[in-house]
Write a protein that binds this ligand. Structure first.
Ligand code: ADP
Length: 674
């Protein structure tokens, strides 16, 4: 302090050398700082000092005592009092009289010159010690006691100097719960130390036993040393239920941590699944089911409030002792679940430690929902993958089938083409033979004795032609299907072509008594066409019209030419086609199934060939028909500009003298077969 002063003096001497205005500035600064930043007082306390001695029979760090002291310090706070504590851990729980007396002598020496304003004793043993040695050591001094179980003892003390808190522990409610929770158990081990609290618990249980209607056997195992306790436990049968009262030491008098006591007990006689209850909150952080406890801190607070009243001048005799009944049941959630103890049997207002909170519930719920979602996703993925694999397999199968069908269809087409060719060759030979026969008969080279043979020969030729026509149609259809059918386009006057074909059958129609009319709105329309195919189309439509038109009926061939298309229609006033069949008849092998149509010859292949030939010319075909009134088949071809300006010079087939044979062939269905 003086040194500081010296320094200040030196600094001051240095400052003295400064100019006056500097000193003035510093003075103003000093006043400013003092006004706006006043310095704090050196000491915060101005109360009356009170010397307090706390006596405990335990050693330091015991759970109950530590909490009592905590509560005491917290509540013994007052602005008028400055408590100065001295705490004496007497360690006299083993009731060794020689040792206790020695402690008394030691404290006499220690505190012979000390005057205490208050002595606080915080357990039974300490109070007993004080009742023997207190007056000698401390003289007349007010006493506030706490943690007292053997309340009867208190009557020995003069009321004028004593007051305090009685520990009102209700062991019976805990035993009651244990019996309900373990109705099948045969024995309960009550593990005690030699403290006054343990003795109170023991005598309370024993005195209540007579009233409980239970066959459960209570084993009281009492010892301060855990080693002795565990060897006694090992002799007992398992499974076991324990009630742990008090704390325990090693043989060399060291307090054993609470967790270690539980581990040791669980390791005894294979009782790792045993159920442990306790009266001591120190064990509640270990894996025990729980128990009934008084809160040391709350007990300490009650104690502190009484002490404060005494320190403030109230006489102890005028302060009635308090009975601390504020115990509570505390349980460990996981141990309850492990021991399958329902929360329903627990007393009301029990505290359940480690109970999953709302947040952890949300967490678990979220985890479960997430888990379910993941499982659903996995199932969907597996399902989709399976579906994909299945559909790929299906597609592959369909593809394979399709390829097989195509292959089979190709084989069929090839077979049909081959067989048709094979059929046509011998048929042509047969027909040539017949033609030769006919020629010789016409010349008169041969005569038939039986004139009916001539008729029979005609039928043979007639049916030969029908067969040949069918084969020709089959060959063409097969060629179209396999893409080998090509148009031989030549620029021709389409009107001349159609008119020529129509006229070529005029005589034939005349013989059947059918009127044939040709009409056109134009005389000339040059466009690229395959005249042979147009001839096939026309002869097919005309032979159908002739087939279904009665004698004296009329067939009208009409051409309607425009800039873009030419419409060629073959109209008859025959039997007509039912509405439902008008589209179907263009399909291969389709014939109208009605009595009027039935007696007509045919294979149902003609119109499908006609349709294909029209489509090869990029045209379209349709029919308009009314049953009983007649049908009009119209095919429409687009008018395309000639590729080359040269017009075909080859003459039409109809000008050929043998053309009549062709008509006979195309119209072979019309004649009655034998
Ligand atoms: P088909 O070789 O048997 O004549 P088409 O394919 O040429 O076979 O004709 C199919 C069917 O359409 C015929 O069997 C007939 O029932 C019906 N049909 C075709 N043209 C006419 C028509 N002008 N009048 C009535 N029915 C017809």
């Amino acid at each position: 302090m003086y040194k500081n002063l010296k320094i200040l003096t030196r600094r001051h001497s240095k400052l003295s050398g400064l100019k006056l205005n500097h000193s003035l500035f510093l003075l103003i600064l000093f006043i400013f700082v003092n006004i706006f930043c006043p310095s704090k007082p050196i000491s915060a306390f101005t109360g009356q000092v009170k010397n307090i001695l706390v006596l405990t029979s335990y050693e330091q760090n015991e759970y109950w005592e530590t909490n009592v002291l905590k509560g005491l310090y917290e509540s013994l706070k007052d602005e008028n009092i400055e408590p100065i504590y001295k705490v004496e851990y007497l360690a006299i729980s083993n009731e060794d009289k020689k040792y206790t007396d020695a402690q008394g002598e030691l404290l006499t020496l220690k505190y012979k010159n000390t005057k205490f304003d208050l002595v606080i004793v915080i357990d039974d043993e300490a109070l007993t010690f004080f009742s023997t040695h207190g007056k000698n050591i401390f003289g007349e001094v007010p006493v506030v006691y706490g943690g007292i179980n053997s309340a009867g003892k208190l009557f020995r003390f003069p009321y004028n100097t004593y007051t305090g808190v009685v520990e009102h522990y209700n062991i019976n409610s805990l035993i009651d719960l244990m019996l309900r929770a373990h109705s099948n158990v045969e024995q309960i081990n009550v593990i005690l130390n030699n403290s006054a609290f343990s003795s109170t618990v023991e005598s309370d249980i024993k005195s209540s036993l007579a009233y409980w209607s239970t066959n459960v056997k209570f084993n009281f195992i009492k010892d301060d040393y855990l080693e002795n306790i565990s060897s006694k436990l090992k002799e007992l049968p398992s499974p076991q239920v324990h009630l742990l009262v008090g704390n325990f030491k090693t043989k060399d008098n060291f307090l054993i941590p609470y967790g270690d006591v539980i581990t040791t007990i669980k390791n005894c006689s294979d009782c790792s699944d045993c159920s442990i209850y306790s009266t001591n909150g120190g064990y509640f952080d270990s894996n025990i089911i729980g128990g009934y406890v008084l809160s040391g801190t709350e007990h300490g607070k009650i104690l502190g409030k009484l002490a404060l009243r005494v320190l403030k001048g109230e006489a102890p005799k005028s302060i009635h002792p308090v009975h601390d009944t504020g115990g509570m049941f505390v349980f460990n959630y996981y141990e309850l679940v492990k021991s399958k103890i329902s929360q329903n049997i627990l007393p009301q207002n029990s505290v359940i430690k480690n109970q999953p909170t709302f947040n952890s519930n949300i967490f678990y719920t979220t985890m479960i929902v997430l888990g379910i979602l993941i499982v659903i996703c996995i199932i969907i993925i597996i399902y989709q993958t399976n579906e994909k694999v299945r559909s790929i397999t299906r597609i592959n199968y369909e593809k394979k089938r399709y390829e097989e069908v195509i292959k089979y269809d190709k084989m069929k087409t090839e077979f049909l083409a081959n067989i048709s060719h094979e059929l046509r060759t011998p048929l042509n030979v047969m027909l040539s033979g017949l033609q030769l026969l006919e020629m010789h008969k016409t010349k008169g080279d041969i005569t038939f004795k039986d004139p009916s043979l001539v008729e029979k020969a005609f039928y043979v030729k007639q049916n030969g032609y029908r067969l040949l026509r069918l084969i020709n149609n089959l060959i063409d259809v097969t060629k179209i299907d396999s893409g080998f059918f090509h148009l031989q386009l030549e620029t021709r006057n389409i009107i001349e072509v159609v008119e020529g074909i129509t006229l070529s059958i005029a005589e034939y129609m005349d013989q059947r008594g059918i009127n044939l009319v040709f009409d056109t709105n134009e005389e000339e329309l040059y466009m690229p066409v395959d005249s042979d195919k147009i001839e096939r189309i026309m002869l097919n439509l005309l032979s159908n019209a002739a087939k279904f038109t009665p004698e004296s009926g009329t067939i009208l061939v009409n051409m309607d030419c425009s800039k873009y298309s030419v419409k060629i229609s073959v109209k008859d006033n025959g039997i007509g086609i039912p509405k439902g069949m008008q589209k179907e008849i263009f399909n291969r092998f389709t014939q109208v199934d009605s009595s009027l149509h039935k007696n007509k010859q045919g294979s149902g292949i003609g119109l499908s060939l006609v349709k294909s030939l029209v489509e090869l010319h990029k045209g379209s075909i349709y029919v308009v028909s009314t049953e009983g009134k007649g049908s009009t088949f119209t095919f429409e071809l687009p008018v395309t500009m000639p590729q080359d300006s040269e017009v075909a010079t080859t003459s039409l087939d109809i000008e050929n003298p043998n053309y009549n044979e062709k008509i006979v062939l195309e119209f072979s269905d019309l004649n009655e077969s034998m």
